[in-house]
Design a binder for this molecule. Structure first.
Ligand code: HEC
Length: 183
């Protein structure tokens, strides 16, 4: 990225200097350097400065244990994030979901699983809400867990969350550890 910028500046400078000294051309002497300056300012302000900005640490932004990290990979692999978000926005719709998300919450997250759609509930602060056993049962068979009237999925009887009973015991345990680490 930086090499490209340096090459861009060098090439531009050569063209401009050439233009100014040999042709006395306004286009090369003023417009080209002006356009370049704009591109450089845009690049600095949208890429370099945000990259250098120090993101304040938050209580939620802590490293995952090895097992939680494995669980996180399964969360990504199984596409849990198609239906679940992990972001609490400062808007009325998200009131009651817990602390509003901060950039620092995600500093150990890669890839990010903020999600875009809430077919199921937001899981940002899920840890500690249920016992581990609740999660094991729920992942094995989510359907009977939700009575008709409570279902997030409208009038469907039970949950529309698919069962993840095909996961190995080890995978399920890792996933539960990850879910419990979301605080
Ligand atoms: C097709 C969409 C869908 C997918 C995919 C999905 N879920 Fe769900 N999930 C739901 C819905 C709907 C609910 C609410 C009803 C219920 O509790 O089952 C839910 C509820 C939950 C809950 C309970 C949340 C709470 O606060 O009560 C947890 C935990 C959960 N899902 C974890 C997962 C995990 C882990 C995965 C991936 C392995 C996953 N879900 C994949 C739709 C989905």
């Amino acid at each position: 990225m930086y090499t490209a910028l340096i090459l861009f500046i060098l090439a531009g400078s050569i063209i401009c200097l050439g233009g100014i000294y040999y042709k006395r051309s306004i286009v090369l002497g003023i417009l080209v350097p002006g356009a370049m300056l704009l591109i450089i300012i845009a690049f600095l302000s949208t890429a370099v400065l945000p990259y250098m900005e120090k993101i304040p640490a938050t209580d939620k932004g802590v490293p995952y244990s090895e097992r939680a990290l494995l669980g996180r990979q399964i969360y990504v692999r199984e596409g849990c994030w198609y239906c679940h978000t992990q972001q609490v926005r400062p808007i009325r719709t998200d009131a009651g979901l817990g602390n509003v998300s901060q950039p620092g919450d995600y500093q150990y997250d890669y890839p990010h699983v903020l999600g875009t759609e809430r077919t199921g509930p937001d899981l940002s602060h899920l840890g500690g809400k249920y016992e581990d056993d609740w999660h094991r049962n729920h992942l094995m068979n989510p359907r009977p867990k939700t009575p008709e009237e409570e279902g997030m999925a409208g009038k469907v009887k039970g949950s529309v969350m698919p069962p993840f009973s095909y996961l190995s015991r080890e995978e399920t345990e890792a996933l539960v550890t990850y879910l419990q680490s979301l605080r």
